[in-house]
Design a protein around this ligand. Structure first.
Ligand code: MN
Length: 193
């Protein structure tokens, strides 16, 4: 089985003016596709692993006897594929507010504003490439944190709920060094809240 680029539920220009069409096209058709291509290429060497759930495969890599470079390639590109696939889904042109999540966020963080403040600050202060996450931890509690590169919450046994791409390729064409402005504008295209 080969991994394939998931189709977006919206056009590249749908998230304008917050995320521009050119960024979306390059991000999806080039960056995401490249992660998938590299993942598929390395997995050709391991036919017995191709049917394993990708999250599990990546989580189990430290215990695997596989070549160390191949492990790195699978970790980075498999994580890139999973994270981007999730990121596309939580954005959209229409709000689909999850009321239960909304209530839980208020109960956990005090208010939606406070939640946004903490998440925004976590994203803005992340150093280098990575992703900001809202997750459900093993105790079923909401947590906000950022992870480097293409690491993901499954590695900690957490379920992702909201994610924001902090790699420069996600915003540089439109925002250049203004990451804070990208983060602020991104709330407009997040479907869930
Ligand atoms: Mn990205």
């Amino acid at each position: 089985m080969k991994y394939e680029l998931p189709q977006l539920e919206y056009n590249y220009d749908a998230l304008e003016p917050y995320i521009d069409a050119k960024t979306m096209e390059i991000h999806h058709a080039k960056h995401h596709q490249a992660y998938i291509d590299k993942l598929n290429a390395v997995l050709e060497k391991y036919p017995n692993l191709q049917d394993k759930k990708l999250e599990e495969l990546i989580k189990d890599l430290p215990n695997s006897v596989m070549d160390e470079n191949d492990k790195k390639t699978i970790h980075n590109n498999g994580g890139g594929h999973l994270n981007h696939s999730f990121f596309w889904q939580i954005m959209g042109t229409k709000k689909e507010v999850d009321e239960a999540l909304f209530e839980e966020i208020k109960a956990t963080f005090g208010s939606q504003e406070e939640f946004k403040k903490i998440f925004t600050n976590t994203a803005a202060t992340h150093f280098g490439s990575g992703w900001a996450w809202l997750v459900r931890d093993e105790q079923n509690k909401l947590q906000i944190y950022s992870l480097p590169n293409h690491d993901f919450p499954y590695l900690k046994g957490h379920q992702p709920i909201i994610v924001l791409d902090l790699w420069e390729h996600a915003y540089y064409l439109k925002y250049q060094n203004r990451r804070a402005e990208y983060i602020e504008n991104w709330w407009n295209v997040l479907k869930l809240l």
